[in-house]
Design a protein around this ligand. Structure first.
Ligand SMILES: O=C(O)C(=O)C[C@H](O)C(=O)CO
Ligand SMILES: [Zn+2]
Length: 278
């Protein structure tokens, strides 16, 4: 298990960043490596982002040695989305089988966690978001069919998309984590249009189901001074509360969004008019 650290940057910092520096501070690449568990600890609302790809062996994790607690989830909750083939997460002897696009909520207090694929030739790809938690909420598997789907956008503006909420007060409760998956409809390219800010929550995106040679141009920064990151399949992007987040792909794609902060009010967002962007 590896734990990288990102300290986070502010809007004034990124004014002077070149491409590499911007990528170093906001882009998480290589989260999904065969037979590895890779975490990035961000100092942005203490979100931990991770990936686990069990191919030839079961991967075990859960120790808190990198974060100063007995276990990784001694004081945290976690959402795990399966972006690959069927797999199983076992938590303190309790097993949950996740098919593609199922999500597992792990409540505070989980100790020993392991990840296994049903078929190493089509491995599970477990994407994880973990945030500090103030209560013990039972672990829960949320099947794709149980998620709450909302449709946004308009095909004429190339931004028609389905957003599925999984870890959300209306579907599966948590302390402060929110997690869902958005799919672009065929022929549509723009996510999160119009862009928005949510001052009371930060967010992370993990783009997936994007062919290897295709890219998403992820746009971030203050509305009046934007920057972009060119991202590939299975890259994750950190979006602090001060940053807009939107993107356009060169082909259809999907992404997992995870949020934490002061509240879980999905509608506590401030849309940004396109004419305000620079
Ligand atoms: O395409 C979208 O719109 C989204 O998926 C928006 C995200 O859910 C989001 O940014 C929530 O704050
Ligand atoms: Zn958002």
């Amino acid at each position: 298990m590896t734990m990288k650290v990102l300290y986070g940057a502010g809007p004034n910092d990124i004014k002077t960043y070149d491409t590499q520096r911007l990528r170093d501070e906001f882009l998480m690449e290589d989260l999904f490596q065969a037979d590895k568990v890779s975490f990035t600890y961000t100092h942005v609302d203490r979100l931990i982002v991770g990936g686990a790809v069990p191919v030839s062996s079961t991967l075990s994790f859960g120790s808190g040695e990198d974060i100063g607690t007995p276990y990784l989830l001694s004081a945290r909750e976690m959402g795990i989305a399966n972006l690959g083939g069927t797999g199983t997460i076992t938590v303190d002897g309790q097993s949950f089988t996740l098919e593609n696009r199922d999500v597992l909520y792990l409540g505070r207090g989980a100790k020993d966690i392991s990840a296994q694929s049903a078929d190493g030739a089509n491995p599970a790809r477990f994407y994880m978001n973990s945030v500090p938690a103030g209560a013990d909420i039972p672990h829960r598997l949320i099947k794709r069919a149980e998620s709450k789907m909302l449709t946004f956008g308009d095909a004429k503006r190339a931004n028609l998309r389905n957003l599925r909420m999984y870890i959300h007060p209306e579907v599966a409760p948590s302390c402060l984590l929110l997690l869902g998956i958005t799919d672009l409809a065929d022929g549509n390219v723009w996510n999160t249009m119009p862009p928005h800010l949510h001052e009371r929550r930060m967010e992370a995106y993990c783009y997936f189901d994007l062919p290897d040679d295709e890219r998403v141009i992820h746009i971030m920064g203050r509305p009046e001074e934007t920057r972009h990151l060119v991202v590939k399949n299975l890259d994750a992007v950190l979006s602090p509360a001060w940053s807009i987040h939107m993107g356009a792909g060169t082909s259809p794609y999907a992404f997992v969004w995870g949020m934490t902060g002061e509240n879980q009010e999905y509608n506590d967002v401030a849309p940004v008019a396109l004419k305000e962007l620079r």
